[in-house]
Write a protein that binds this ligand. Sequence first.
Ligand SMILES: [Zn+2]
Length: 240
Amino acid sequence: MASVLRNALFSLFYPHNCPTCDNYIGDLSKVVCDECLASLPRTEQAQIQDNGTEMVLWGKADSRAAAKKTMHMERAAAYLFYEKENPIQDMIHLMKYKDQPMIGYKLGRQAAMEMQYAGFFDSIDIIVPMPLHPKRLRERGYNQSEYIAKGISDITGIPVDTTHVMRIKNTPQQALQRGEARKQNVADAFEVNHPEQMYYKHILIVDDLITTGETMRSCLRAMKRFRGATFSVFALCKAQ
Ligand SMILES: [Zn+2]
């Protein structure tokens, strides 16, 4: 995490322009200019039980109450809807593919500032970013979900853990996959380390984008080995 912090400090102290519209940004901790920030399509899901992200993730469990019983899930929410022709489309692209992970860090901070008042982070012990496969991590040079998690951590004070969940299958880009093929590809894609250190914790899993929920469900299946643990999910964006 040292490099994350170093990059964070670098970016906080040097002036920059809005990554989506190129307006100059005076407040250096801001991710985009005020105009672009206001236009981001917020879901307000932190305040809604059985919201769209929860229903996608729960699958067969048809309510938060049922998911709590069968999947040990507490709650889930996305901060934004992923919309084309909106600044968020550019931001996600820059964050994932153009070596600008600080966008993730700042969006994580912004999301936490807005969602903490709904109690979304209450009782969470630890934040686990959705891991990348080591090969993908080497190619990209960073895990964007780790940056989002660090942003949330800076606002909430909840620690980030990147050592207990690993991605052991390098699956193709989800966007290129459909239906059953997608499901097969992410099956058994994750493994856990030292599960006993995570027993009885409330874990917030952080991902950049939720589409079908298959990757997240696969990750949750591996995390069943965290005996007595409960899970919540934060996604930066939810595909509509
Ligand atoms: Zn802008």
